[in-house]
Design a protein around this ligand. Structure first.
Ligand code: NAD
Ligand code: ZN
Length: 349
């Protein structure tokens, strides 16, 4: 299996037939269950069945798609189905889907009978490069994203770029923001490659994904429980999450990646305003034209800017009541922390 990371969990990048099938036959699972949403049931399950015809005999749990269903109610139906399938502790749950299925299915597996193994088969670009890697699992609660969850590494992750073919363009663009983030954090060669991309459908994902994942997995390996360096993966996310929440109530919500792309731009501008010396790739005059190839950034009115600052103050990564923003440092996989004041943020607009 082509693996970019062994110690944390194996990551196979290539066809499922080449990677998943031999891995599974080397394991001794008593039972296997697959979790999908209605889209991955339609677009991804038939491909898995083709690679692994014996999967036809396994129970399939189908839950409704989308972030709105990443909650305790859906978990209850998943846990109930796991009991109905009589899974013992030597069983395996395969999560076939995007980040919602991976985070929620992983959480259900990690807590069912105090934990059974699970495998992530990410089917979106965002989950292949980010959500499926690193063992953060959870669900939303009381309108708070990922408020309840655990850290637990999957038994393995299998990435097959075939799944990207059916992914809507906007979802592809959303995941691409995390690929850009990984390149900026730790892979100048990947960054160079990305500069040549005009059309995401024509990009070579089999080249991009191993490099992008290697940045994330390398950082997670050094700091699995986010006590230090892992925070650099939040680049773009302090402002980006505020943007995402603010737009959630608008008639045209932004995807996660659209908000994060904008967040990276604003966080770089803020760091520069605060007098930091940034890597050349983080300079707004380099970053802006590249990001604008793929994303449009709406104009913000005064009221929205004030709302964003209020939302940033609620960010769970803050400490001692101060807004904390982490950006890539001066060399690869190092980080820089800034603590802007309200007037710094307002000065950007
Ligand atoms: N655990 C982590 O470290 C981590 C990191 C980043 C994001 N996340 C989480 O990931 C989630 C977002 O993930 P996402 O963007 O993959 O969203 P998602 O799982 O909602 O998938 C997006 C949409 O694409 C559909 N879909 C999935 N694969 C498809 C395919 N191959 N073809 C056609 N349609 C397909 C899904 O059904 C869904 O409608 C959020 O809940 C976020 O909190 C977690
Ligand atoms: Zn993200």
């Amino acid at each position: 299996m082509s693996s970019v990371l062994q110690p944390l969990h194996p990551i196979g990048i290539g066809s499922l037939a080449t990677n998943l099938v031999p891995w599974l036959s080397a394991q001794r699972y008593s039972r296997i269950v697959v979790l999908v949403d209605e889209h991955t049931a339609e677009f991804c399950w038939p491909y898995l069945l083709h690679a692994l015809p014996q999967a036809k005999a396994w129970p399939l749990i189908v839950v409704p798609s989308g972030e709105l269903n990443k909650n305790l109610r859906t978990c209850q139906t998943i846990w109930a189905d796991l009991f109905e399938a009589e899974l013992d502790r030597k069983s395996l749950l395969i999560n076939l889907g995007g980040g919602v299925i991976g985070d929620m299915g992983g959480f259900c597996a990690a807590t069912y009978k105090r934990g059974i193994d699970f495998v992530q088969i990410p089917t979106t670009l965002l989950s292949a490069t980010d959500a499926a890697i690193g063992g953060k699992l959870g669900i939303d609660f009381l309108n708070l994203k990922n408020a309840i969850g655990v850290f637990q590494q999957p038994a393995a992750v299998f990435i097959d770029t075939f799944f990207l073919n059916t992914l809507p363009d906007r979802e592809l663009r959303s995941g691409f923001a995390e690929v850009i983030k990984h390149a900026l954090i730790g892979d100048p060669i990947l960054w160079q490659y990305l500069q040549g991309i005009e059309n995401l459908r024509a990009a070579d994902w089999n080249y991009i994904l191993p490099r992008s994942i290697a940045v994330k997995s390398g950082i997670v390996e050094q700091d699995p429980h986010e006590q230090g360096l892992r925070a650099v993966l939040n680049y773009g996310h302090t402002i980006g999450h505020a943007i995402e929440s603010h737009w959630l109530e608008s008639p045209s919500p932004l995807t996660h990646g659209e908000a994060i792309a904008w967040g990276m731009l604003l966080e770089s501008a803020l760091a520069l305003y605060k007098g930091n010396i940034l890597q050349q790739t983080l300079q707004p005059e380099v970053l802006t034209p590249f990001l604008e190839r793929f994303y449009t950034f709406p104009v913000l009115d005064v009221q929205s800017v004030a709302t964003l600052w209020a939302l940033m103050q609620q960010d769970k990564k803050n400490s001692n009541g101060r807004v904390r923003i982490t950006l890539p440092g001066e060399s690869a996989t190092t980080m820089r922390v800034i603590e802007p004041e309200e007037h710094d943020f307002l000065s950007l607009f």
